[in-house]
Design a protein around this ligand. Structure first.
Ligand SMILES: [Zn+2]
Length: 346
């Protein structure tokens, strides 16, 4: 049995190829972390911190939704000391009351249910649900594997580490799929994997951590904005690019596609498409009214093609775009019918 489980884990660990990724089968119902959202993930530091000096952007397309667990400045080493300290000076104590659903979540007010999570946490948990995870800055992938090789339920599960070459590493945990390999160079905003709930996670989220490269001491990318000295003296201050947690400034793909009949007898179909984004390539498939789907282009940089239709039959075309950074988008043309015998409605 153990060997079987390990074999499954190894198969599941294989890096994924391009193309839109299907959700797991069976699809899990959306089961958020037991921790209620604490705050929006983006913009919470907009008014904080120095400008310049930072180098990180949010590891997600858009705003990472919400935060369920913050970096605990009061001993981010997974020891249970009964106090949780957020970068903005907010503090929660075990003595105020614990979340019945998550015993290391403490109330900010005595007897309240305004829980903060969680004691000893050394990173930020962001509310992603099987979504692209982006490199928070450029660097070299130094780890892309199960955190504990062969164990799908241990620690942070499928995990990626990136060395940014400036004394800091970033860490991405509980992934559903890995999209990069150890040793690979990545750019800011590059898709490195898909978030999930592997490892010891209790709900879908991304664990995002920042560490000093030389010592593997965790630091909070938000730095410390509370009154008094930072309880975590190893902290490195605000590390966000421009001082605020923002998604990377990258151009995302957005496909537009059209199809029209053409040719002397209108039996040909001219299909055209386009998308913004760096280094875009396209997959194009033809769908016919008999239900058949036919790939007609794969990883092509062309933006139009001509296909032969059959009189009386209907067609539509699906165009998927992928940028050099791995971001994807898809769109379909409207359906059209090639004129001719049999084209009248049944
Ligand atoms: Zn976490």
């Amino acid at each position: 049995m153990a060997a079987f489980v390990i074999a499954i884990a190894i198969v599941t660990a294989s890096p994924v190829a391009a193309s839109p990724l299907p959700l797991p089968d069976p699809v899990r119902p959306r089961s958020a972390s037991p921790y209620p959202p604490q705050m929006p993930a983006a913009g919470i530091s907009g008014q904080y911190g120095p400008s310049g000096g930072g180098f990180l952007s949010l590891p997600c397309v858009g705003d990472c939704h919400f935060v369920t667990s913050n970096f605990d400045h009061c001993n981010p080493n997974y020891s249970i000391d009964g106090v949780i300290c957020r970068f903005d000076g907010t503090v929660a104590y075990a003595g105020n009351g614990r979340d019945p659903q998550a015993s290391t979540g403490y109330a900010m007010t005595s007897g309240g249910t305004d829980y903060l999570y969680y004691d000893g946490h050394d990173g930020w948990d962001l509310g992603l649900y099987y979504e692209p995870v982006l490199a928070a800055a450029g660097g070299t992938v130094t780890y892309s594997n199960w955190a504990v090789p062969g164990c799908s339920t241990c620690s942070s599960g499928l995990t990626i580490r990136i060395d940014h070459g400036n004394g800091f590493d970033t860490y991405y945990g509980h992934l559903w799929r890995l999209g990069v390999s150890t040793g690979q160079q990545v750019s800011r905003g590059q898709v490195i994997g898909i978030s999930g709930v592997t490892g010891a996670a209790t709900g879908e989220h991304l664990h995002f951590g920042v560490y000093r490269h030389a010592t593997w001491v965790p630091v909070d990318p938000f730095g410390w904005e509370g009154k008094g000295p930072d309880p975590w003296p190893e902290d490195a201050g605000n590390l966000w690019l421009g001082g605020a947690a923002r998604p990377p400034a990258i151009v995302l793909p957005s496909v537009t596609a059209a199809a029209t009949t053409t040719g002397p007898d209108e039996s040909q179909i001219a299909v055209s498409w386009s998308s913004p984004g760096p280094g875009v390539s396209y997959d194009v498939s033809e769908y016919a009214d008999d239900g058949a789907a036919t790939p007609i282009l794969s990883s092509s940089t062309a933006t139009s093609t001509l296909v032969q239709g059959q009189p009386g039959h209907s067609y539509w075309f699906l165009v998927s775009a992928r940028t050099a950074l791995g971001e994807t988008d898809s769109n379909a043309t409207a359906a059209l019918t090639v004129p001719g015998p049999g084209s009248s409605p049944r």
